[in-house]
Design a binder for this molecule. Structure first.
Ligand SMILES: [Cu+2]
Length: 162
């Protein structure tokens, strides 16, 4: 008798865990779903998050392009729940990529991104997160969340101004 309770308990735990992880990774799973994750109603706003207020419409097809300035290239994106933005950078110039994460758009899925080709493991927090690496050859690099479920691309070109 006791044994079956243990079994039931562990089955429930697995199902619950799976649900939490999976719902974090799906694109727009009905907004009422994630009550387990966001039990925060009174968190202070991080100051700089408001600067980039709705600058870009969410056209996931158009990649954010870097701007070269004083030997570095700057690119800026805003994190969404289930989408990572594609970016375009130039080879041979250090990239300074600022990812703005707003409170509520971070979850257990997208809160850490990996650019495996460049050994980047970036924890994402509310506010501005700066990712730095220097692309060394042209082509397309994949990057993803730590689970490999949400993914996108970094296109490396010869000349960003072309
Ligand atoms: Cu994920």
């Amino acid at each position: 008798m006791k044994k079956s309770y243990y079994l039931l308990g562990s089955v429930l735990a697995v199902v619950l865990l799976g649900t939490v992880l999976f719902s974090g990774c799906t694109r727009s799973s009905g907004s009422t779903g994630g009550s387990a994750i966001n039990s925060n109603s009174s968190q202070s706003q991080s100051g700089s998050a408001a600067q980039t207020a709705t600058a870009q419409p969410s056209t996931s097809s158009s990649a954010a392009k870097a701007t070269v300035n004083d030997g570095i290239q700057i690119v800026t994106t805003t994190l969404d729940r289930g989408i990572y933005d594609p970016i375009i950078v130039q080879t041979g110039i250090p990239v300074k990529w600022t990812i703005t994460a707003n409170d509520g758009d971070l979850n257990s899925c997208n809160n850490k991104m990996l650019i495996r080709s460049y050994g980047v493991e970036q924890k994402l927090l509310v506010g501005e997160n700066v990712v730095e690496f220097t692309p060394t050859k042209t082509g397309t690099i994949n990057y993803s969340c730590w689970m490999g479920m949400v993914g996108s691309t970094i296109t490396v070109v010869d000349d960003i101004n072309q």
